[in-house]
Design a protein around this ligand. Structure first.
Ligand SMILES: Cc1cc2nc3c(=O)[nH]c(=O)nc-3n(C[C@H](O)[C@H](O)[C@H](O)COP(=O)(O)OP(=O)(O)OC[C@H]3O[C@@H](n4cnc5c(N)ncnc54)[C@H](O)[C@@H]3O)c2cc1C
Length: 427
């Protein structure tokens, strides 16, 4: 059986950074022997699809709202992880190896705007080392070795044979996007090692609505504000504004993705979530009053579509009117001033009940996973000495905007470096 100082499972951004960081941490003058094992036939497979092919790899703006950790707002211990290893550190690490980036309003992309560049970068950097990279090899499980002096602390089992490892870093990602390699392998392995697992659920995902009004507005993309509510106590949970996409069966787009992890948690806890969509974001009650005064004076023989022109998308207008039992083709004389007021108010508050998420197939991220409270600051397990976890596998889910790749790479680097430093002196 081949024996390595460190075996890393999964060559996504977390595993690649982990391997490079460990390799860059010589212990007593010697570089550790490292093996990186990847199930798919290539390195960083998922990276190619990130950021719509442009790969939003980091975000320079970090706040308590950027991540949800163990199902709640992050605590100081988590934020301390970023005190040294923040976006600037990550970008400088990439730059020092010849990978340049640029940012738009804090969202960082490869300077080429090509996601493939990051995957190719990892491939090149790994090829410059003597790390053993095995692709097309799936780890089935691992166990504690029966003869640690000879084979190292862990035995890693694959279809291609068994490998000994003194330190083991699990970077298998999560269950999102199975067609891009998403799997529950990491969760299974960490559970098998004795870790409690927070139930996984899809995040950064469309939210399903069984609402006949979606037939009217399907295909619309428009700027809107969305507030997510807990349907049991009626309190707002979180909100976002951006380009909303209305689909036949669901709400999608960045602002929906931003709320989707919180909505997933509400669904999990049977809290009957709903959203209120504001199709006139940034317009206050003064604006609505002015518009009311303007439009109520318009001639009675105009259609409602003509009277209410220029405020919202025409399909959205049709939906709002339908809520009042009206159609855009009807004449203004059919409605009272109060109804006109109601229609304008409705444009700022359309309610959709959420009954589910669109599932891991349409999700960009897995929420839940290995509890961060079961890991130390250096990503090592509090349960099994010598075992580490990093990346999406951990119960850390970031907003859209580069936070998840950033987390994967930073946590991977922390785990790799720490695993190398922790190797016994006689390697
Ligand atoms: C369509 C899409 C777009 C996205 N866009 C962005 C974006 O622009 N910005 C952003 O920050 N995030 C984005 N994300 C999320 C981001 O891609 C992930 O958070 C990130 O890739 C997680 O990195 P990871 O290394 O932890 O896991 P992964 O990238 O999933 O890598 C895990 C690797 O482990 C391998 N593996 C799994 N099980 C085994 C096993 N048993 N044996 C061997 N290997 C195994 C897998 O094949 C995989 O290659 C996007 C995700 C998707 C699906």
């Amino acid at each position: 059986m081949d024996r390595f100082d460190i075996v890393i499972i999964g060559a996504g951004p977390a595993g690649c950074m982990s391997a490079l960081a460990a390799y860059g941490t010589p212990v007593r003058g010697r570089r550790p022997d490292i093996c990186l094992i990847e199930a798919s036939g290539m390195i960083g497979r998922k990276i190619y699809s990130t950021g719509n092919g442009r790969c939003n790899l980091a975000n320079r703006r970090l706040s308590l709202q950027s991540y949800m950790v163990d199902g709640a707002a992050p605590d100081n211990r988590f934020m301390a992880l970023f005190s040294e290893r923040n976006a600037d550190w990550l970008l400088e690490t990439l730059r020092s190896r010849g990978f340049h980036t640029h940012d738009r309003d804090g969202l960082v992309y490869p300077v080429s705007d090509q996601a493939s560049a990051l995957a190719a970068f990892f491939e090149r950097e790994l090829a410059r080392t003597d790390i053993r990279v095995m692709t097309g090899v799936r780890v089935t499980d691992f166990g504690l070795s029966e003869d640690p002096d000879r084979t190292g602390r862990f035995t890693v089992r694959t279809g291609a044979g068994e490998y000994g490892a003194e330190r083991l870093i699990i970077c298998c990602g999560g269950m999102a996007a199975p067609e891009l390699g998403g799997t529950d392998d990491g969760i299974r392995m960490m559970a098998g090692a004795g870790h409690g697992i927070h139930d996984p659920y899809p995040a950064l995902v469309p939210l399903l609505c069984d609402d006949p009004r979606l037939k009217i507005v399907k295909g619309v993309r428009c700027t809107a504000g969305i507030v997510l509510y807990d349907g049991i106590n009626g309190l707002p949970v979180c909100s976002d504004t951006g380009e909303l996409q209305l689909l036949q069966d669901s709400l999608s787009g960045i602002p929906v993705f931003q709320l989707s992890a919180a909505a997933g948690l509400l669904l999990k806890n049977s809290r009957k979530p709903y959203v209120i969509v504001d199709f006139l974001p940034g317009r206050d009650s003064g604006f609505l009053n002015d518009e009311f005064e303007l439009r109520r004076r318009m001639p009675d023989d105009l259609t409602l579509g003509a009277v209410l022109l220029g405020l919202v998308n025409d399909k959205v207008l049709r939906m709002v009117l339908a809520d009042e039992g009206l159609q855009p083709e009807m004449k203004k004389r059919r409605i009272t001033d109060d109804t006109l007021k109601n229609i304008l108010n409705r444009m700022k508050a359309v309610r959709f009940v959420i009954f589910g998420s669109a599932g891991f197939e349409r999700a960009q991220l897995m929420a839940g996973g290995v509890p961060m409270k079961e890991l130390n600051e250096d990503m090592s397990s509090r349960i099994v000495p010598g075992l580490y976890a990093a990346g999406e596998l951990c119960d850390v889910n970031g907003l859209c905007g580069g936070y998840n790749l950033q987390w994967a790479m930073i946590s991977g680097a922390v785990a790799g470096e720490s695993a190398a430093r922790s190797l016994p002196g006689d390697i």
